[in-house]
Write a protein that binds this ligand. Structure first.
Ligand code: KG4
Ligand code: ZN
Length: 357
């Protein structure tokens, strides 16, 4: 018997995503973004994001179903991001997911957003090898993880950021450089015509044995801001600044990730999250993994940034591993630590949706 079609819903930040996955196959997905509505504020405004999700969630699910040639009644399980993220935004997705799961009488799974980023890669490259090293680099998180069975095993953190995330550094420095929001893609574009050796930006925590796999990007952000201030009254060579910043971030990320693979004898590195879309992060990871004999896996660009397919992918893995569904009263956890792919705050299993159905 084939496994059920899993509907995944993502609404933790400014993208409303829906995806449909069965047996590791992506059947359809759709995305709406409120990014343009936040641009003039230079960052995501939580209330605007939450309202946009309310408007987008139904059409996005409809579009994903249309793309897959399926009807809502074909959905056999629902997975939704329950954290981490903006609380109002998460609430909208969870309310939608509960409604559908309850109405259809199908199980509901609360999913950790970052596990979604990891699972995104399985839609393109198949199941992850056990173990694998995962470098997760997004707007809010930067971590180096040792992952075994994503659906079953605890996720081991080898290192995390001590302050800013890599994406945050891109976004904040872009603002100082006068580039548009979101900053990561803007820096990536500006860097194309710049010299990555033009500015000797620091490589934070690369010499520290205490923090071999931790990251710190706030000093780099400050260094970039000081460099920009040093040009007051003169034209800022933005392309050189962008290329040099991008080089520093890509250097630190890939150096630590490859060193972690070598030390732990892990043969596969998976780079995921919004910053995995960065052209230099991708090319330097490729170069260094090849030299070290490590297999590199990076999801296709459209699956790197937030989307619903990645949440459906986690749901599909959970369903296939026989994981217990979430209870109907499951709530959001805006600052959920990444310990397991499924987020199941303590609740009585008797109240589970599967039981209700
Ligand atoms: O994973 P994501 O879509 O959302 C979070 O969960 O945070 O990541 C968004 C982050 C933003 O900081 C954005 O600037 C960054 O990913 N990003 C990039 C690129 N595309 C997106 N950073 C560098 N280069 C890119 N091409
Ligand atoms: Zn994300």
């Amino acid at each position: 018997m084939s496994s059920p079609v899993v509907l995944g819903i993502e609404s933790s930040c400014d993208e409303t995503g829906a995806g449909l996955v069965r047996d590791g196959q992506l059947l359809g997905h759709a995305l709406a973004s409120s990014m343009d509505e936040h641009a003039r504020f230079g960052g995501v405004v939580p209330e605007i994001a939450a309202r946009a999700h309310v408007h987008a969630v139904r059409p996005v699910i409809r579009q994903a179903l249309d793309m897959a040639g399926l009807r809502l009644s074909d959905v056999g399980a629902v997975a939704v991001t329950t954290g981490p993220g903006l609380s109002g935004a998460l609430q909208v997705g969870l309310a939608g997911a509960k409604t559908i799961a309850y109405a259809l009488g199908v199980p509901l799974y609360g999913v950790h957003h970052l596990a979604g980023h990891v699972a995104a890669d399985t839609l393109e490259h198949g199941l992850l090898p056990d173990p694998c090293m995962v470098l997760i680099v997004s707007g809010g998180h930067t971590s180096l993880l040792l992952v075994r069975d994503l659906a079953r095993d605890p996720i081991v953190h080898l290192g995390d950021t001590l302050d800013d995330a890599a994406g945050e550094c891109f976004d904040k420095v872009a603002r100082v450089f006068g580039l548009p929001y979101p900053g990561g893609p803007a820096i990536d574009r500006a860097a194309r015509t710049g010299d990555p050796r033009a500015v000797p930006f620091p490589r934070p925590l690369t010499g520290s044995s205490d923090h071999a796999y931790d990251f710190s990007f706030s000093g780099l952000k400050t260094a970039a801001a000081r460099w920009a201030e040093g040009h007051t009254g003169r034209e800022l060579p933005v392309a050189d600044g962008a290329a040099s910043l991008q080089e520093a971030i890509a250097d630190v990320l890939t150096r630590k990730a490859v060193a972690a693979c070598v030390e732990h004898g892990v043969g596969t590195l998976v780079v995921v999250g919004g910053v995995a879309a960065n052209s230099r992060v991708r090319s330097l990871a490729e170069e260094r993994c090849q030299k070290a004999g490590i297999t590199l896996r990076v999801p296709p660009l459209k699956l790197c940034t937030d989307n619903g397919a990645m949440i459906a992918a986690v749901g599909d893995l959970l369903v296939r591993s026989g994981a217990e569904p979430a209870p109907l009263d499951v709530s959001i956890d805006p600052s959920a630590p990444l310990e397991y792919a499924a987020l199941r705050p303590a609740a009585s299993p008797a109240a589970s949706l599967a039981g209700v159905a």
